[in-house]
Design a protein around this ligand. Structure first.
Ligand SMILES: N[C@@H](CCC(=O)N[C@@H](CS)C(=O)NCC(=O)O)C(=O)O
Length: 367
């Protein structure tokens, strides 16, 4: 049987203070921080090839004497092969009466680890990370060391067209730094659709994705944004608590309340003015109410759900870029205008807006 390991992949140390430990390893060993997970107080440091030759876990006050002592936590081995190999290794542990101490996942399931101990009580881990996570980690290491980035085969296929719904997904992918490939889906009667669109989208609507690393297919922009954020442990969706609830509250408001209003607004106010006065009045009220709510919110804080950008901002921004379709002058909404411009200046928003790569730009408005 071919053995699944080439080398130890990373060592993990428990530390009292993450900042002090990071300073030590960067200054004394010349390592670079590749990823830092503030909510879990973890940092992954690299010598230039691996993501996290050394990984530091701050234990703070709550450590327990048996395993959460400071110092060595565990050494980790990533097998060649994927989730199936991990299953095989779990079975090997069981067959050899080695107790599995814990199975943990993080980064939205991108990393799964199986923890156990050797006869001398050293803690070890077999783990597996999705190819997309490994690719993006390698790119981060190369970037940190100023090297050419490895050529990546994007595992995310985005089925979309440059509408606000489509651009929510492309902007999210850009902001999260996830490699992806756009498969254009022209909209409208009689337009030919790519074959895999039927597989990608159960509702037949765009945006939809296929994640070739997991076989996941998904439609509905809000669900796609959450999937991508959880896959990459993105700060656009905080992992727990009030910050997460606030981000979800606003994401759901945007996808289920604001956007139907904006879409009807475009139809009645922009494309068919004068044809249905009652509908126009109703839609105009909904649109104005949405803009007013957003304005009041952004007068109080920098982003929809708090002081940091979340999925809600990504989801709402492409609609505000089309404010003229809604009969709205953004100069009447100064806090919204300032927010809009701040995000418009972020290259990820500009790139995501240009979904087909044909040079389409969002309006850059004066304050
Ligand atoms: N609630 C859906 C709405 C998606 C949607 O309406 N997509 C439109 C384009 S913006 C579409 O696919 N229209 C073509 C169709 O319905 O076949 C989401 O948030 O993803």
């Amino acid at each position: 049987m071919v053995e699944p390991f080439k080398s130890t992949n990373h060592m993990v140390f428990n530390v009292k203070n993450l900042d002090a430990a990071v300073a030590f390893y960067t200054q004394i060993l010349g390592m670079k921080v590749i990823m830092r997970f503030e909510d879990r107080r973890m940092a992954f440091l690299s010598f230039g090839k691996n993501l996290g030759d050394i990984r530091l876990f701050e234990q703070g006050a709550q450590y327990a004497a048996d395993r959460h002592h400071h110092g060595f936590n565990h050494a980790a081995f990533m097998p060649d092969g994927g989730a199936d190999t991990l299953e095989m290794l779990k079975q090997r542990l069981t067959d050899n009466d080695v107790e599995i101490e814990a199975i943990e996942t993080f980064a939205g399931g991108a990393h799964t680890g199986v923890y156990f101990r050797d006869p001398d009580n050293n803690r070890l881990e077999f783990y597996w990370e999705t190819p997309a996570w490994v690719d993006s980690a390698r790119a981060k290491v190369a970037r940190a060391f100023g090297e050419a980035e490895p050529v990546e085969t994007p595992e995310i296929e985005l089925y979309a067209w440059p509408t606000s719904n489509g651009q929510k997904a492309s902007i999210a992918l850009e902001v999260m730094g996830i490699p992806y490939r756009v498969i254009p889906v022209p909209l409208g009667p009689g337009k030919e659709r790519p074959e895999a669109m039927a597989e990608a989208s159960e509702t037949g609507k765009i945006p939809a994705i296929i994640d070739r690393s997991t076989g996941t297919t998904l439609c509905e922009s809000g669900a796609i944004l959450m999937y991508l954020a959880e896959k990459t442990n993105s700060p656009l969706l905080p992992s727990w608590g009030t910050a997460r609830s606030a981000a979800l509250q606003w994401l759901f408001t945007v996808v289920s309340t604001f956007h139907p209003a904006m879409s009807e607004g475009r139809f009645y106010l922009h494309m068919n003015p004068g044809k249905a006065p009652l509908a126009e009045k109703r839609v105009s009220n909904s649109v104005t109410r949405a803009y007013r709510i957003v304005e009041e919110t952004l007068t109080k804080r920098a982003f929809l759900a708090g002081d940091a950008m979340t999925l809600a901002d990504v989801a709402h921004w492409p609609y505000v870029a089309r404010h003229d379709f809604h009969g709205i002058a953004l100069s009447d909404y100064p806090a919204t205008l300032a927010w809009y411009r701040r995000l418009a200046e972020n290259p990820a928003f500009a790139k995501g807006f240009d979904l087909l790569g044909d040079g389409t730009t969002a309006p850059l408005l004066e304050q």
